[in-house]
Write a protein of this length. Structure first.
Length: 183
């Protein structure tokens, strides 16, 4: 049976690089082989553990701002605002934002000025999460490939040992001819 240090040395040899030139992911894979631990981790869990309060808040704002519920509600509020200030309150002389709705335009501009950077923060966080997922996938794929190569080596050694046994048996056995060739 292979010992763990032999497995780690084999993995290092398969990577064909010295320890100093290995990436962080490759070092983690070698360390996990050495320790006999798993490298698979959930990218979502890792990203959540690293997320700040601002990151989580930007994700929530982007989720709400990018939903049909928000669009429908916002459209209803805008139509209600215009209807209220054009028809209902203007007849009573109490319209607080008559046409051309200057206050409404100010509020819409402020909302857009605040919402756009928050959504961009969420998109940047999603991009970082995607990069993390790719790194974690690479670690798992590298570990799998190294383990497969190690198993191939083990099988090759077992086949070679078995062939050596068969050759020894053939060398030690008396030479016999098949029954069809005997007279």
């Amino acid at each position: 049976m292979d010992s763990v240090p032999h497995t780690v040395e084999a993995a290092r040899a398969l990577l064909i690089r010295s320890d100093g030139s290995l990436d962080d992911e490759e070092r983690r894979v070698l360390a996990s082989i050495e320790a006999g631990t798993l490298v698979a981790r959930d990218a979502g869990d890792e990203a959540e553990a690293r997320a700040s309060v601002g990151d989580r808040l930007s994700d929530r704002v982007a989720a709400i701002g990018g939903s049909w519920g928000f669009i429908i509600t916002f459209t209803a509020v805008l139509l209600g605002w215009m209807l209220l200030n054009s028809e209902v309150l203007s007849r009573l002389g109490l319209a607080f934002d008559p046409y051309p709705y200057i206050f409404l335009n100010l509020m819409l501009s402020t909302l857009a000025a605040v919402q756009a950077p928050i959504i961009m923060m969420s998109q940047n966080r999603q991009a970082a999460k995607d990069r993390l997922a790719a790194r974690l996938d690479y670690e798992v794929n590298l570990r799998t490939e190294l383990e497969m190569l190690r198993l191939h080596d083990k099988i090759d050694l077992a086949v070679a040992a078995r062939l050596d046994e068969v050759l020894e048996q053939l060398r030690g056995a008396p030479a016999t001819q098949p029954a069809s060739l005997r007279a």
